[in-house]
Ligand binder design. Structure first.
Ligand SMILES: [Zn+2]
Length: 152
């Protein structure tokens, strides 16, 4: 187990997003603008995972995720684990809780939706039905499965 951890360089302070489903790492890098901080970012793709088969992992030096970031992450990778690192040790794990609403991140799939023609940000209400995350558009009031809604 220790050896697997060492396959990606350890960081002294910062955030490690672990257990990202393989293939989602890049889209999380982009969506959270993790390269915009100017801090060192180490990414591992398709690393072996005991529970997931393979996973992606992202380590960001000197950046701490806010609770809002963690909740937004829940929309992309609910199974991800956000570790807070200090002095090379994990000092905390953030719980990912789905936010009640999400703005700007997604585009409404309804082509007739008012959010497309207007200079407004998209806005969705988030709810969970069974094991499915659903997004309800604030403008056209239609409900979509999370997977059916593309990133803006
Ligand atoms: Zn809509």
């Amino acid at each position: 187990m220790e050896q697997k951890k060492l396959s990606v360089e350890a960081i002294e302070h910062g955030t490690v997003i672990d257990h990202i489903p393989a293939g989602l790492g890049l889209s999380i890098l982009r969506q959270f603008k993790l390269l915009h901080y100017g801090n060192a970012v180490t990414v591992g793709f398709n690393l072996p995972s005991r529970t997931q088969g393979s996973k992606d992992i992202i380590k960001i030096k000197n950046v701490l995720f806010s609770e809002q970031d963690a909740n937004r992450l829940a929309l992309f990778a609910p199974e991800a684990v956000v570790n807070q690192i200090r002095d090379f040790n994990v000092v905390g794990k953030m719980r990912l809780r789905l936010p009640d609403t999400i703005s700007e991140v997604f585009r409404c799939p309804n082509t007739n939706c008012a959010s497309h023609g207007e200079p407004v940000s998209s806005r969705f209400y988030v709810r969970v039905q069974g094991r499915q995350t659903k997004l309800k558009c604030h403008y056209c009031e239609k409900t979509f499965a999370r997977e059916a809604v593309a990133e803006a």
